[in-house]
Write a protein that binds this ligand. Structure first.
Ligand SMILES: Nc1ncnc2c1ncn2[C@@H]1O[C@H](COP(=O)(O)OP(=O)(O)OP(=O)(O)O)[C@@H](O)[C@H]1O
Length: 345
């Protein structure tokens, strides 16, 4: 069942088009991430949903109500901010109670919801502390609990983990998803961090320059991206310009490779670093120019036919030294993309 529906949401700031008409549907209970680089329009979209920024055109429907003309407090949306935005002079309990009091929720109901939120966010030990007496991760959990007690139809997240160190971010990511499943909320999460988007989302909405480029599950978008932008923004890839002839194409360094869809003429294809085999050969056309050993994987740069190709291999394989001559061969079909310099769309 569709919980959130955006119909042609558009935003202009004078000459700047921050959002071209955006169409999006989010199912009840889904965790959807809006992913894109700085300036792509993510914050504008969030602010429009919150009711802080007015769209130039378009409609927002949430839980069968049209909400775009409603003030923020009437929209039934709660937001978790990057900066936590806790009230510094209030204890954890008071922070959680604030929004409920404003909504005139009864004392009994306040107690019930706050007790539940403290429990599921693992905050029981901190109820009487002030925000400054909490770590960044604990403050973020309070911010989340404060959003949860409102029992909103939609939870919005604005890069909520970006102020935390890598390890904490990783563990909070898991907590957040577990919580989302437990409370069955509908969540829209905004980030520029593709690892976060891949790890957490039911679906990812890839945005660039004010437009939705593509929407799909992390697996679909990583394995079968349609656009050059998606292929290069989600994970690492090698973008090659190849001469296509039906089901195969000639590689820049010679030899033919299979395409995942027939194409004619010049085509842009994606070849993931892990989808390449590499073997040492004295007369190989490639030269290893750098090796980065990352533990689980080893990343190589190969100079071949005036291109730099990235190859990754299992970290437990024998390392190939810088300067070695190598052969490289794609494994499986290469993905034909739209949006290259010679667009096939
Ligand atoms: N108030 C404003 N007036 C004029 N232009 C604006 C305004 N707010 C945003 N923009 C422009 O709209 C575009 C989208 O901005 P937005 O802040 O939504 O991007 P973003 O993806 O959230 O970026 P970031 O991740 O850096 O916050 C940008 O080109 C930005 O310069």
């Amino acid at each position: 069942m569709t919980e959130l529906r955006l119909r042609a949401i558009t935003k202009r700031f004078g000459e700047t088009i921050a959002l071209h008409p955006v169409f999006l549907e989010v199912e009840r209970g889904e965790f959807v991430t809006v992913l894109g680089p700085s300036g792509c329009g993510k914050s504008t979209l969030l602010r429009i949903l919150m009711g802080i920024t007015e769209p130039t055109a378009g409609e927002i429907h949430l839980a069968s109500r049209r909400i775009d003309a409603l003030p923020p407090e009437k929209r039934d949306i709660a937001m978790v901010f990057q900066s936590y935005a806790l009230f510094p002079h209030m204890s954890v309990r008071k922070n959680l109670a604030f929004g409920l009091k404003m909504r005139k929720v009864t004392k009994d109901e306040q107690l019930r919801r706050i007790t539940h939120a403290l429990e599921i966010c693992n905050l029981n030990a901190y109820v009487d502390r002030m925000p400054r007496q909490l770590s960044g991760g604990q403050q973020q959990r309070v911010a989340l609990a404060r959003a949860i007690v409102m029992q909103p139809s939609l939870l919005l997240f604005d890069e909520p983990l970006s102020n935390l160190d890598a390890k904490l971010r990783d563990s909070l990511r898991h907590d957040l998803i577990a919580l989302h499943r437990k409370i069955g909320s509908t969540s829209l999460y905004v980030t520029h961090d593709q690892t976060e988007a891949m790890a957490m989302s039911d679906r990812i909405v890839v945005m660039n320059a004010g437009r939705i480029v593509e929407i799909g599950t992390p697996v679909e978008l990583y394995r079968n991206p349609s656009h050059v932008f998606t292929a290069s923004f989600l994970g690492q890839t090698n973008l090659l310009t190849v001469a296509a002839d039906g089901p195969t194409a000639e590689l820049p360094w010679g030899g033919a490779a299979v395409l995942d869809a027939p194409a004619k003429g010049t085509a842009t294809v994606s070849l993931r670093p892990e989808n390449i085999t590499m073997s040492v050969a004295a007369d190989g056309p490639g030269v290893v120019t750098s090796v980065s050993f990352m533990g689980a994987q080893a990343h190589y740069s190969i100079r071949i036919a005036s291109s730099d190709i990235h190859v990754s291999r299992s970290g437990s394989d024998r390392l190939i030294e810088t300067g070695s001559r190598v052969n490289i061969t794609p494994i499986g079909p290469m993905r034909v993309l739209k949006g290259g310099s010679n667009d096939l769309a």
